[in-house]
Write a protein that binds this ligand. Structure first.
Ligand SMILES: C[S@@+](CC[C@H](N)C(=O)[O-])C[C@H]1O[C@@H](n2cnc3c(N)ncnc32)[C@H](O)[C@@H]1O
Length: 224
């Protein structure tokens, strides 16, 4: 991944994500190398589901995960959703530039709100939501992140798992029976994430994926 020094949020740069060149414009997170693990897991799930699939890239940012899914399977239709103007604009730009506008629709709103009407119709939800606690981000060891990238990309609420809590509970309503939820979480959040999945009572036993250091960073769970 290309790392560069950027002044404020008015930058424009390019990064590689799973072999796709992604343009980053404005206050949008640069896709991280570590998120390629989630991209690979999601591509494997697409293969397992097979055929025409309805996918959601929730918290899409630049659209990196949506683009990876669309490139992997011409039969995948992807709804890419984000809260912020900059992310939605940037994702739409990338989708158009890379000619995936027939496969990917970029939508704006708070989590699943733009997807109203699609309840029970989704095969795969992929997400890399914000997962740093507000205190670590605003005045702790992660505050440096805000020099170059927007708060919305990182702020996971008081305990860092507010978005995961909603993703797990609200996401279940959008998945088909047998559909998959796959997402990234922060280092050391696996126990909380496991407890949330169990408490939701909507999923089968989760499958965990580790990074190169052997740490759990991605999970997927199938809707019962
Ligand atoms: C960690 S970034 C991930 C971006 C991209 N998917 C990636 O992997 O690089 C999290 C994204 O979640 C978005 N976000 C934060 N809160 C949200 C919400 N309530 N609803 C939808 N998107 C949200 C942010 O704007 C940001 O683009």
């Amino acid at each position: 991944m290309q790392l560069c020094t950027i002044a404020g949020h008015s930058h424009r740069t390019r990064v590689q994500f799973l072999g796709i060149e992604i343009e980053i414009q404005g206050a949008v997170l640069r896709p991280r190398k570590e998120t390629e693990l989630l991209g690979r897991v999601a591509k494997g799930l697409l293969d397992e589901i097979g055929g025409d699939t309805i996918c959601v890239d929730m918290c899409c940012g630049s659209g990196n995960l949506a683009l990876a899914l669309a490139r992997h399977s011409a039969d995948a239709r992807v709804m890419a959703c984000d809260l912020t103007d900059d992310a939605v604009q940037n994702a739409r730009h990338n989708v158009t530039q890379l000619s995936y506008h027939e496969q990917i629709t970029v939508m704006q709103g708070d989590l699943f709100h733009p997807l109203t009407g699609l309840e029970g119709g989704v095969d795969l939800i992929v997400s890399n939501p914000p997962y740093i606690s507000t205190s670590r981000l605003l005045c702790g060891d992660r505050s440096h992140l805000l020099r170059e990238e927007p708060r919305e990309a990182f702020d996971g609420g008081p305990y860092g798992i507010t978005l995961h809590t909603r993703l797990i509970s609200e996401g279940a309503g959008y998945l088909k029976t047998g559909g998959w939820l796959a997402f990234e979480f922060g280092l050391g959040q696996d126990r909380q994430v496991g407890a949330l999945l169990k408490r939701a009572r909507a999923y089968e036993e989760p499958i965990w994926y580790t990074n190169e250091a052997g740490e759990n960073r991605v999970v997927c769970a199938r809707k019962r």
